[in-house]
Design a protein around this ligand. Structure first.
Ligand code: ZN
Ligand code: ZN
Length: 238
């Protein structure tokens, strides 16, 4: 993996801010130089996704692709395996306001989408939404932050008005695969109608890919709005 990815903001502002809010590695929590996104040790230790990830379903191959199940989305890029430091990084992304992890995962995903030959095809990026209640508590959507970094330096717009999420007391990870599918179909919805995405290639971004039920439910909504292709990107894959 290219070490250039961990170079952050080297401006004077960033240097000065570091005195007040010391920069930390999103993967181990250790203090790092003001102009880095994470420490080199964590970056080297993370199992970055590579040819061992199936680019169709986004799951590890072990050793063959196990996507027996058909998914709604066409392709899925994943930045890292959900273990060790990457797992900590996803946790930091969700619960603490350290966005260095979003930057690292986002840049890795952008490179991956480029390698897959689809980056230039993307018309819009859509983060998997949070419910209004979760949004009030956390103050930001980590999937949107991820989308911001994936599309950094491109002119791909981010759309947060297409898919909505209802508040649900049931945590997806407590459900069986079948129940997850049903629950995801129930909690994600759109207020739009017609085919506003007609002919478009949509990038759908989320933090973790587990069974793919969330990405499937959101992809189905995007296809319902006329999207021609839905390509997913997840920071980590289980
Ligand atoms: Zn670290
Ligand atoms: Zn597969």
């Amino acid at each position: 993996m290219d070490k250039g990815i961990i170079k952050g903001d080297s401006s004077i502002k960033s240097y000065i801010l570091d005195f007040f809010f010391p920069n930390r590695c999103p993967f181990c929590g250790g203090f790092i130089e003001y102009d880095l996104l994470c420490c080199e040790e964590c970056f080297s230790e993370i199992l970055w996704a590579d040819e061992h990830i199936c680019r169709k379903c986004g799951k590890p191959m072990r050793p063959e692709c196990d996507c027996k199940e058909a998914h709604e989305y066409e392709l899925c890029a994943a930045a890292a395996y959900y273990s060790g430091a990457a797992r900590e990084g996803v946790y930091t992304l969700k619960f603490k306001n350290n966005l260095n992890g979003a930057a690292v995962f986002g840049r890795v995903l952008r490179d991956e989408l480029r390698v897959m030959g689809v980056l230039d095809d993307i018309d819009i990026a859509v983060p998997v939404p949070m419910s209004p209640r979760e949004m009030r508590i956390r103050g930001y959507n980590q999937a949107k932050e991820l989308a911001e970094y994936i599309t950094e330096g491109t002119d791909i717009p981010i759309r947060t008005d297409l898919i909505r999420r209802r508040f649900s007391k049931i945590a997806q990870h407590t459900l069986s695969t079948g129940e997850r599918k049903e629950n995801a179909k129930r909690i994600y919805y759109t207020e739009l109608s017609g085919s506003p995405l007609s002919g478009m290639t949509v990038l759908l971004a989320d933090d973790v890919l587990t069974t793919g039920s969330t990405l499937d439910a959101c992809s189905a909504l995007l296809y319902g709005l006329g999207a021609e292709r839905v390509i997913c990107a997840a920071a980590a894959t289980v």
